[in-house]
Design a protein around this ligand. Structure first.
Ligand SMILES: [Zn+2]
Length: 498
């Protein structure tokens, strides 16, 4: 293992390469403590103590820390942070692809000149390169929305939420279909914001109150747009339909699995009526996107790590992390380190911790044993995993006795210190892991929005489109002098000869 890592680090020839493809993995709410606990869980599932396990993205040669604060918040939300990651500047809580002079929900101000950010997906499309957005959340949720939408309120996912707002801001689902039909692959949940409320959902046979009131069947409109543009396209909403998609003859794919978010991995219906895994979504997306000789940008979000933590569902949070890791493995196996920059990071952390002087190999969902070094003052056992805030069972200052409680149950919620109905994000740095061309730029302690600039620079797009000398490197790895370089060298020779 050590030698492999060394070999990987020594692939310095990547420094002079242009990233044909960029894949950005975002673990929503994936702090370092969650990564450590997931690593231990993975090892323990293989019958090992666990701590020694190496996750797929931990094999990447370059790592940095990311400072996640927003323009207005020490502890941010996913809209501001995902906008920073993909659009290259910090912004305010709840803003999606919108600059920070705009206040939350101020639709009128968001339409002022220069308030919309231009993001990495736009830059790739401007170059004729393919794009994809893959998530386990609703495709209109804050993180995926930040790839393509612009709104002063992340909650405006459908017209249910924008009704009556002054300024006529379009909801996120509307923007995805009408403004972003050039995205090749969109996969995730969130069907309800695309269906008119005059139709029943095909899976639930019910009408959700959040279905559209404006009469627009956005799924049909997406199909009509693709047909008008003469593109091969498919829409799917369950695993059976998804499995039948042949990437070779499908250039545009819209998959909306579920009225809201996709299911937790541990709850997933894996039948043809159910849902694909995140790894399966990633594999199909790459097989469609890679057909473009100019390359592609794809964002893949493991969204439900965050949702699980908010409900203190630690086991779900760790399993969702491993589902995201499986998607990373798929991407690593399907791409070349020579032409594909893969960045794995998180938008923010959670107040989740691994505590006690726990023994090596102690079950990660178990009781922290032994407790002789630092016994609990109330004499009651406590779990290895805990939360700084969130739901807890403390009554009149007394904790529940966990003896004989199955703390490894799927829906067990470890205790928290501060009782809140809903556990919160945390403000400490998160990790950035990278492999491929320009991955060496991922080092040190960086502002979160630096990631967007590395992606642009690596791929020679956006701000760095005309500042990309690496484009002049020929197949043999030699610098091909530009006309300007030749002119300057002649001038220098002339000057040195007089
Ligand atoms: Zn959250």
């Amino acid at each position: 293992m050590a030698k492999d890592s060394l070999d990987e680090s020594l692939k310095l020839e990547q420094i002079n390469k242009v990233a044909k493809n960029v894949i950005l993995f975002i673990g929503d709410g994936l702090g370092i403590s969650t990564i450590t606990a997931s690593r231990i869980l993975k090892g323990q599932k293989m019958g090992n103590p666990g701590e020694e396990t190496v996750l797929e993205f931990e094999k990447f040669p370059n790592v940095a820390l990311s400072k996640v604060y927003g323009s207005d918040k020490m502890v941010p939300d996913s809209a501001a942070t995902a906008s920073a990651l993909m659009c290259g500047e910090k912004t305010n809580w709840y803003l999606v692809g919108t600059r920070d002079p705009v206040a939350i929900s101020d639709c009128v101000a968001s339409k002022a000149e220069n308030m919309k950010m231009t993001c990495i997906l736009d830059h790739f499309q401007a170059e004729g390169r393919s794009t994809g957005v893959v998530t386990t959340a609703r495709v209109t949720h804050a993180t995926p929305a930040s790839a393509y939408a612009h709104t002063p309120n992340r909650d405006w996912e459908g017209d249910y939420q924008t009704a009556g707002i002054p300024g006529d801001c379009k909801d996120i689902a509307y923007q995805l279909i009408y403004d972003n039909s050039d995205i090749n692959v969109v996969l995730g949940g969130g069907r309800r914001s695309f269906l008119p409320n005059s139709t029943v959902d095909p899976e639930t046979n019910t009408v959700d109150k959040r279905q559209r009131r404006d009469g627009h069947d956005l799924i049909q409109i997406w199909k009509d747009i693709q047909t008008t543009k003469g593109r091969s396209h498919e829409y799917v909403w369950n695993k059976g339909q998804f499995d039948n998609i042949n990437p070779a003859n499908t250039d545009y794919l819209l998959g909306l699995f579920g009225p809201s978010h996709m299911q937790y991995s541990l709850d997933r219906d894996s039948s043809s009526a159910g849902e694909p895994t995140l790894a399966e979504l990633t594999e199909k997306a790459i097989n469609i996107l890679k057909k473009n000789d100019k390359g592609y940008f794809m964002m893949v979000e493991g969204a439900r790590i965050d949702h699980a933590h908010h409900d203190s569902l630690a086991k779900h949070a760790l399993e969702e992390t491993l589902a995201l890791e499986a998607a990373v493995k798929k991407a690593v196996d399907m791409t070349s380190i020579q032409d594909t920059l893969i960045i794995f990071t998180s938008d923010h952390s959670h107040v989740f911790n691994i505590g006690g002087y726990t023994q090596r190999g102690n079950p990660i969902f178990g009781i922290a044993e032994p407790q002789s070094d630092e016994p609990p003052l109330d004499g009651l056992p406590y779990t290895v995993l805990g939360y700084g805030n969130g739901p807890n069972r403390v009554l009149n200052g007394t904790r529940v006795n966990l003896t004989n409680v199955n703390t490894a149950a799927k829906d067990y919620t470890p205790e928290s210190a501060i009782p809140l109905a809903y556990e919160t994000h945390a403000g400490e740095d998160v990790g950035i892991y990278a492999r491929g061309p320009m991955a060496h730029l991922i080092q040190g302690v960086k502002e979160q929005h630096y990631v967007a600039h590395v992606m642009q620079y690596a791929a020679c797009v956006g701000d760095y489109r005309f500042d990309c000398k690496r484009k002049e490197i020929n197949a043999a790895g030699q610098l091909v002098p530009s006309v300007l370089t030749i002119f300057l060298s002649i001038c220098l020779k002339f000057m040195s000869s007089i």
